[in-house]
Design a protein around this ligand. Structure first.
Ligand code: B3K
Ligand code: ZN
Length: 875
């Protein structure tokens, strides 16, 4: 595969003003006719009086049937089929092309382009899937007005594409025909088509200017009862975008379709979003609270793309974070407004620290605006999405909410209908406010997680307190030297009584320090006592902040910090310190110390019924094994597992009566509602249940069984089942799993939960079990959700079994990756991630993982996706 470089970007030679497509659908022989109105791009590089440059049309896995220019069939010498596309000799600056191709959706297991899912046709075109449908300049800076006609047998009564339905009828031979027209020019990656025997629910939304928009959610008949939550979420998102960003929806209809076979969460195709069923369908009986919240945020995310992505799109794929980082920031703020702000922030920061920090410290580390890639599908990463969102959040923090809104208004107004860059976004933020983000821009081009070391000094005589901050960013592949970044560090100071100290003459009790140098000292006057600093409040920048807090200081912050996020963070720091000493003791062969500081802290938390239960649940959850792996210098999997197990067990035993009391108080039997309060209550209740069951006491396991048998909602049922599977006797667990499966075998989403719960179980999810699950009739290697549940659950969420000392977990993963690469390169490439971090493990495991990777590399011809991951990891 070839490497593509940002620096090589050139504007397209030709533009496509209109695209008319006709699909004649058939599983093995779909005919695609395209009619393109093409003209020379006035801003393209001047060909210097020479003849017109050739027109390049991307095309992959297509059978070219015919090609005509302005109504005349093109002679063979006018075009050349090459790997990846078609090159045409051009003789005039404006012309029309008619191209006929044939494709076979049924054989398309990559789930990119046009494919079949449970007999329904659907598409996925981002980033470069449209070239698997027809020959086309498949790049986001070519924007065109699309008209799409779909012809299909009568067994596909629902025929959908982007925009508004403008015509429908039947053909002479009795097939159905529908034509859609999308008035907004768009890049090919936003094209979508769906054809199937689908049901739908309908609702409507009146926009801020009084226009009525029809909302439709399509699914297979069996799922029609699972649409309400997504519909409610959609309406909330539409209103929120009007109020917070002044963005109104622009078509008369907005459609969502649920499909079972999908490579990621969802796709923001103009007016026709396509969703992975797991990210849109929910009912209280079948979906957990986490699923309800995920659906709310993904529905909003895809909807928000209508402005941040579709109306204003990306010039090239190096700018991907322009739409993804901004849209993740938008959806995070939406979720924060709909639910608990602190808890949403905690969840996002946990993901960032666990997975994005690991990515940024590994062989695939790349800037938020990458300089190069081999396969763009590999760059839909936590860095582009989550770190990209943190960059937008920092701009928000630096400028303030009102200025940020002025910047986003200018951005949308200035670039509506255009394909632009991250630079354009920053310039709009600057221009709207007369701000200077010159140094700040480095966040887009510099990879790696910055580390900030903090020291403080108190001068009692002068009543002065000073904080000295030093920043550095570790080297990453291809970037040895790093420059200082502009880092906003939000802080506050606490007095001995826990009260917030006043920091300036305006009486503020929190402030943002602008760290721009390698080292900088910030001094506060009139500070009458030595304060305790609360640093990086709300995680104001995606950095690792180090300050030598004592255990007592952390316990103090846990109770008194005015910033809820930092109360949680103090608890995390305490847990991380404890777990890190336990790991040291384990490695030295010493007996492990009882984690008394944690036990004391948790005891206080459990007895405080004033605190938000959701926050308490987050505080009681110890950092995951994956997060501990990221935090340490060298990963010793056995030590991580031993330390975590010991700490959890000690806490469970010491605080059993408190967990029980809290469990009972929270176990209110009321009808399920996915509200923030109820979700918080169930979350803490089930955290208590898990700790109780860890003791393996009969009475605790009986509580779990009762909760399971009450069968009230999937949140409570799956939490009880997980506790029984993890901590209960094996025979009973087997039986319970079996009966659960019998009850739910017809429900795809529940079966996915059932798979995932077993494969990720530390005790139950052995490699043998995982192999059994793969042989189960409900498992499907061609369905990414099933693969993610079983193989992903084991390799990414079962630290204990995956890192079995004999290396069998690594070899197993290598086998699956090799097999999957033949079916679906994107999924294979995602799944190989745990192996790419081999250098961070102890010598023994590193050797085992390296040889598994090497075996993949030597297994034959790899897809570009997998090749890039494996070759960069072995380099
Ligand atoms: N834009 C899509 C992701 C497409 C991934 C292509 N491999 C979903 C989203 O971020 O909203
Ligand atoms: Zn997105």
């Amino acid at each position: 595969p070839q490497t593509v470089y940002l620096n090589d970007y050139q504007a397209p030679e030709y533009l496509v003003d209109r695209t008319e497509l006709t699909f004649d659908l058939d599983p093995q022989s779909t005919l695609v006719k395209s009619h393109l109105k093409i003209r020379r791009n006035p801003v393209a590089a001047d060909s210097g009086g020479r003849s017109l440059p050739p027109l390049w049309l991307d095309g992959v896995d297509l059978e070219l049937l015919s090609i005509a220019e302005d109504g005349e069939l093109l002679p063979a010498q006018r075009y050349q089929e090459e790997p990846g596309g078609l090159s045409l000799t051009v003789t005039k600056p404006e012309f029309e092309l008619e191209i006929q191709t044939r494709i076979a959706p049924e054989s398309n297991t990559s789930l990119e382009g046009l494919y079949l899912s449970n007999g329904m046709y659907c598409t996925q075109c981002e980033a470069e899937g449209f070239r698997k449908i027809t020959f086309y300049p498949d790049r986001p800076d070519v924007m065109s007005v699309f008209t799409t006609t779909i012809v299909a047998p009568a067994k596909y009564p629902v025929l959908l594409s982007n925009g508004n339905k403008v015509d429908s009828g039947t053909t002479d031979d009795g097939r159905l025909r529908v034509t859609w027209e999308d008035p907004f020019a768009k890049p090919s990656y936003l094209f979508a088509l769906v054809a199937g025997d689908l049901q739908y629910v309908e609702d409507s939304f009146t926009t801020s200017t009084g226009r009525a928009v029809t909302l439709q959610l399509f699914t297979e008949a069996r799922n029609i009862g699972k649409c309400e939550h997504a519909m409610v979420s959609l309406k909330h998102a539409m209103r929120w975008d009007e109020v917070v960003y002044g963005r109104e929806y622009d078509l008369d209809i907005f459609m969502i379709v649920a499909v079972d076979h999908f490579n990621m969460g969802a796709m923001e195709n103009k007016g026709l979003n396509i969703f992975n069923s797991a990210c849109v369908l929910a009912s209280p009986e079948t979906a957990t609270d986490a699923a309800f919240q995920r659906i709310e945020s993904i529905v909003a995310h895809e909807y928000f793309h209508n402005w941040s992505g579709n109306r204003v799109t990306c010039r090239d794929w190096f700018q991907l974070s322009l739409k993804e980082g901004f849209t993740v920031f938008r959806d995070a703020e939406f979720s924060a407004d709909m639910n608990s702000r602190a808890v949403k922030r905690i969840e996002d920061v946990t993901l960032l620290r666990t997975a994005q920090f690991a990515e940024d410290a590994g062989p695939m580390s790349h800037p938020v605006r990458p300089d190069s890639y081999m396969e763009i599908s590999n760059f839909y990463t936590l860095t582009i999405y989550e770190k990209g969102a943190e960059i937008v959040r920092m701009i928000h923090t630096i400028l303030g909410a009102d200025a940020f809104r002025r910047g986003s208004d200018l951005y949308f107004q200035r670039h509506d209908g255009c394909a632009v860059t991250c630079e354009d976004f920053v310039v709009a933020m600057e221009d709207a406010n007369g701000a200077d983000l010159k140094q700040f821009r480095r966040w887009y081009s510099q990879a790696g997680t910055p580390i900030i070391e903090v020291e403080d000094e108190y001068d009692a005589e002068r009543a002065q307190y000073s904080l000295t901050l030093r920043q550095r960013t570790p080297a990453t592949p291809g970037q040895e030297e790093k420059l200082p970044l502009h880092i906003p560090v939000a802080i506050g100071l606490l007095g001995a009584d826990g009260k917030a100290l006043v920091l300036d003459k305006f009486g503020s009790t929190d402030t943002v320090l602008h760290l721009t140098e390698e080292s900088q000292t910030f001094t506060f006057q009139d500070i009458d006592e030595r304060p305790l600093p609360s640093l990086l409040r709300g995680f104001s920048a995606p950095v690792k902040l180090r300050y030598g807090y004592t255990g007592e200081q952390l316990q103090f912050l846990m109770q008194h910090d005015a910033d809820a996020f930092n109360r949680w963070d103090a608890c995390q720091r305490l847990a991380l310190n404890t777990l890190s000493s336990l790991q040291g003791q384990y490695r030295a062969g010493e007996t492990l110390d009882t984690p008394s500081a944690l036990i004391d802290g948790f005891s206080v938390l459990l007895q405080n019924s004033e605190l938000d239960p959701a926050l308490v649940a987050k505080m009681l959850a110890l950092p995951s094994a994956q997060e501990l792996a990221e935090q340490g210098d060298e990963i010793d999997a056995a030590a991580i597992v031993a330390a975590r197990d010991f700490a959890r067990q000690s806490i469970a035993v010491a605080l059993k009566p408190l967990f029980l009391a809290r469990y009972q108080a929270l176990d209110q039997r009321k009808p399920y509602r996915p509200t923030a309060d109820d979700i918080a209550r169930r979350g803490l209740k089930n955290t208590c249940l898990a700790y109780l069951c860890m003791t393996q006491d009969q009475d605790a396991l009986a509580l779990a069984r009762t909760q399971f048998e009450r069968d009230e909602n999937m949140t409570d049922v799956s939490a009880a089942l997980a506790a029984m599977v993890e901590y209960g006797p094996k025979d009973a667990a087997e039986q319970t799993l079996e009966s659960f499966y019998r009850q739910w075998q017809q429900d795809t989403q529940v079966v996915e939960t059932w798979f995932g719960l077993q494969s990720s179980s530390a005790g139950f999810g052995t490699l043998d079990r995982v192999r059994e699950l793969m042989a189960h009739p409900a498992f499907e290697m061609k369905n990414p959700n099933k693969v993610r549940a079983v193989v992903g659950g084991f390799a990414m969420r079962n630290f204990n079994q995956f890192h079995h000392e004999d290396g069998s977990g690594y070899e197993f993963l290598a086998d699956q990756v090799i097999a999957l690469d033949k079916l679906n390169p994107q999924i294979a490439s995602r799944l190989v991630t745990p192996l790419t971090r081999w250098k961070k493990y102890r010598k023994h495991e590193a050797g085992q993982i390296h040889s598994a990777l090497k075996r993949i590399s030597d297994s034959g011809e790899l897809s570009a996706d997998l090749y890039e991951m494996v070759s960069k990891s072995l380099a």
